[in-house]
Design a protein around this ligand. Structure first.
Ligand code: MBD
Ligand code: FE
Length: 245
C-alpha cells in the first residue's frame, strides 16, 4: 500500500508539473500540520469516511459513520435514564434522546453501552479546549433490561472545524468551507456484537448536504419533536447492532 500511495502522489505531481516552489510550499504545509497538532483532524476529515465505508459495508444493522478526532474512552457511567454532565449554565435547547438497542434479529440488548459526546454551543469539545469541565457533554449510558435508554442533553449547534491552523489554511487556499452540520457522536456496543460508531444529525441543517468531513448519511438524520410537558425537543432513535460473525 505504501508504494501505491507514493505512486499516486508522483502521478499527481507529474500531471500538474509541480514546480520546486510548489514542492516547498507542500513540504512546509505538511510540517505545519504536525506542528499545529492537526494530523488527527486532517485524517478524520478527509480520509476516515472512506475507511469507514470499506469496513462497515457488510452490516445489515444501523449505518454508522466516522468517529472523528474528539472521542475519549471511559466517560463517566450514568445509568440508563440520565442527564449527561454539563455546566449549570450550559447554553442550548434541551434534547431528550431516547431509544432501544437491539440485535439484527430484533432481540433487545439489555446492558448495551451507549457512549455519547458532542460539542458545546461554542463548538468546543471537553478535553480538547481549555476551561471546560473534564467530562462536559460526555457520558456512558447503560441500556436497561429491555435495551432502552433515555439521555437528557442539549441540541448541538452548527459546527466549524478549527480554522486557525494548517487545515484552515488548506480550506482557505482550496476555496472550501469549514462547516460540519450540528451532530451528536455515539458509540454503541454490546457483547457478541460489532461496536457501532455513529453521528446523528438534524433535519434542515444546511450542511447536511455539504459536510466538509463527508460523514452524513440519510439514515443518520434524526426527527426531533416537541412533546407537551417536556422542555425542548424529544427524539427517538433505535440502534440495531450486527452480531459478530
Ligand atoms: C469534529 O467535531 C468532527 O466530528 C469531525 C469528524 C472532524 C472535526 C471536528
Ligand atoms: Fe464532532
Amino acid at each position: 500500500m505504501a508504494t501505491e500511495a507514493l505512486e499516486a502522489i508522483h502521478e499527481v505531481a507529474r500531471r500538474h508539473k509541480m514546480t520546486y516552489d510548489e514542492y516547498r510550499i507542500l513540504k512546509d504545509w505538511l510540517i505545519s500540520v504536525g506542528e499545529d497538532g492537526e494530523w488527527p483532524l486532517f485524517l478524520d476529515v478527509w480520509l476516515e469516511h472512506v475507511i469507514e465505508d470499506i469496513n462497515t459495508s457488510h452490516r445489515t444493522g444501523n449505518k454508522g459513520t466516522i468517529e472523528g478526532p474528539y472521542y475519549v474512552p471511559d466517560a463517566p457511567e450514568m445509568g440508563s435514564h440520565a442527564k449527561i454532565s454539563m455546566r449549570e449554565d450550559e447554553k442550548g435547547e434541551s434534547l431528550r434522546f431516547q431509544g432501544q438497542v437491539r440485535s439484527t434479529d430484533g432481540t433487545p440488548l439489555g446492558g448495551a453501552k451507549v457512549e455519547l459526546w458532542h460539542a458545546d454551543a461554542d463548538g468546543f469539545y471537553s478535553q480538547y479546549a481549555p476551561g471546560l469541565p473534564e467530562w462536559n457533554l460526555r457520558g456512558t449510558f447503560t441500556a436497561d433490561e429491555e435495551g432502552r435508554f433515555q439521555i437528557d442533553t442539549l441540541l448541538p449547534a452548527p459546527y466549524q472545524i478549527p480554522t486557525d491552523g494548517a487545515c484552515g489554511k488548506l480550506i482557505a487556499a482550496a476555496g472550501w468551507h469549514a462547516w460540519r452540520p450540528a451532530h451528536l457522536h455515539l458509540k454503541v456496543g454490546s457483547q457478541g456484537h460489532e461496536q457501532l460508531t455513529a453521528q446523528l444529525y438534524f433535519p434542515g441543517d444546511p450542511h447536511n448536504e455539504d459536510d466538509i468531513a463527508s460523514a452524513v448519511k440519510p439514515e443518520l438524520v434524526l426527527d426531533p419533536k416537541t412533546v407537551d410537558g417536556i422542555d425542548g425537543k424529544v427524539v427517538d432513535y433505535d440502534f440495531v447492532l450486527d452480531p459478530l460473525s
